[in-house]
Design a protein around this ligand. Structure first.
Ligand SMILES: C[S@@+](CC[C@H](N)C(=O)[O-])C[C@H]1O[C@@H](n2cnc3c(N)ncnc32)[C@H](O)[C@@H]1O
Length: 390
């Protein structure tokens, strides 16, 4: 397979790639037409590369011109995230050469190379070649970059600033802890001890307890919680945790603390924390922005009396509230002549996608939230507050 990827990268399969552009996956007659231009293995790799482009279009800005294998594209860092990390790293190290270890298909490398030199390293020679090709496709000319095929276990380089993105899949399944990363903790701890500036990419579900010292920054892009980065050495700020909303360019940091509680029985407003503050444990840092307390210990949602919005929450006015009784709620919506716009649940077994089928009519403006408060399940009919802008 490696020699076929090399042929594709070197342009020898361009005519096959061109002819395969519009092939629908599984179209047997189109595949047999393509067989006239290449072997079965060549056709299969060209189709894999085109499918990887299609699937990563919403995440990788320049994917339409990139070459990538399926697994490499799935593991590649979203462009917005790669750019954020590159900006943050460069704000500390300036134009010093950075090593991008475990470069994969080069999404992080491409962002890092926009503002300074990069040495990109992977133990898989095809991935290094793919990164080299993809850097060459960049619409903005990248800085000097140097490829290196090497194993992280014996990185033959001086202790330059380092970005490392270990593989986080074992037998096709995602792993969420430091111990499951490849290369593993022994290699990573050694690198963190040796290099003064290290950024380690982790999944957003990473368990904090076993991570080496440093600042963990969770990143949210739109409504997607996408990544956590462990910033070590001189890249770390003093707090252990931080949370960033990429589109709003907002960051908060601090330590995890218990939430202030609310004693309101009939709150006028409820606030759902966005994923990045929940996962980072930093809801406590911003609950003052909506002047609200947790409605019940462990519930996660906040209750308040003031009409407030914040980028860190989705906020709702409470239109009606009753104990959860399916027929009553279905009747309430039937009287309004619509179904819920969506259903949200916390701590209850009801499955929103099943439950929504029991309502008739088009979705109306109200959201149904089923929230467990101790033994009680509250059914809240909510109207979302539109955040003030400008
Ligand atoms: C998650 S991917 C990197 C994705 C990359 N940041 C991107 O945006 O395309 C992980 C990469 O680590 C590489 N890798 C795994 N173990 C390695 C090791 N011991 N030494 C060097 N590279 C390794 C894999 O070949 C794979 O390409």
């Amino acid at each position: 397979m490696r020699d076929i990827w090399q042929k594709l990268i070197s342009g020898q399969l361009d005519s096959l790639l061109q002819s395969a552009q519009d092939t629908v996956p599984g179209d047997v007659s189109a595949i047999s037409r393509l067989r006239r231009k290449g072997t079965l293995a060549e056709v299969s790799i060209v189709l894999e590369a085109l499918e990887a482009r299609r699937r990563s279009r919403s995440r990788l800005r320049e994917s339409d011109t990139w070459l990538m294998d399926r697994e490499g594209s799935e593991q590649a860092t979203r462009t917005t995230v790669a750019e954020h990390k590159a900006r943050r790293l460069r704000s500390v190290i300036g134009e010093e050469t950075v090593i991008d270890l475990c470069c994969g298909i080069g999404s992080d490398t491409a962002a890092l190379a926009q503002s300074g030199p990069v040495i990109y390293v992977d133990h898989d020679p095809v991935r290094v070649e793919l990164t080299r090709f993809n850097l060459g496709q960049s619409s903005k000319k990248p800085s000097n970059s140097h490829p290196l095929v090497a194993d992280a276990k014996c990185l033959p380089l001086p202790p330059l600033p380092l970005h490392v993105d270990p593989a986080r899949r074992v037998d096709g399944r995602r792993v969420h802890d430091f111990e499951g990363m490849v290369p593993g903790p022994e290699v990573l701890n050694r690198l963190i001890g040796r290099h003064h500036s290290v950024a380690l990419k982790c999944g957003p579900g990473i368990s904090v307890e076993n991570l080496p010292p440093g600042e963990i920054e969770w990143l949210q892009d739109g409504s997607d919680l996408v990544e956590a980065t462990l910033w070590c050495g001189d890249l770390a700020q003093s707090a252990r945790r931080s949370a960033t909303l990429l589109r709003q360019s907002l960051t908060i940091s601090g330590e995890q603390e218990p939430l202030q509680q609310s004693s309101l029985k009939n709150p006028a407003f409820l606030h759902e924390p966005c994923s990045v503050i929940e996962r980072s444990g930093l809801v406590c840092k911003v609950q003052g922005e909506v002047a609200a307390g947790e409605w019940h210990p462990g519930l996660g949602w906040l209750a308040g009396e003031e009409e407030r919005t914040s980028p860190w929450f989705r906020s709702f006015a409470v239109v009606a509230r009753m104990g959860w009784h399916e027929k009553k709620i279905v009747d309430w919506f039937r009287q309004q002549g619509c179904a819920p716009a969506s259903i949200k649940t916390r701590g209850v077994q009801e499955n929103p996608s099943q439950l929504i089928k029991r309502f008739k009519g088009d979705p109306g403006p109200w959201i149904l939230a089923l929230l467990r408060r101790g033994r009680q399940i509250e059914a809240c009919i909510l109207k979302e507050l539109i955040p003030l802008t400008g």
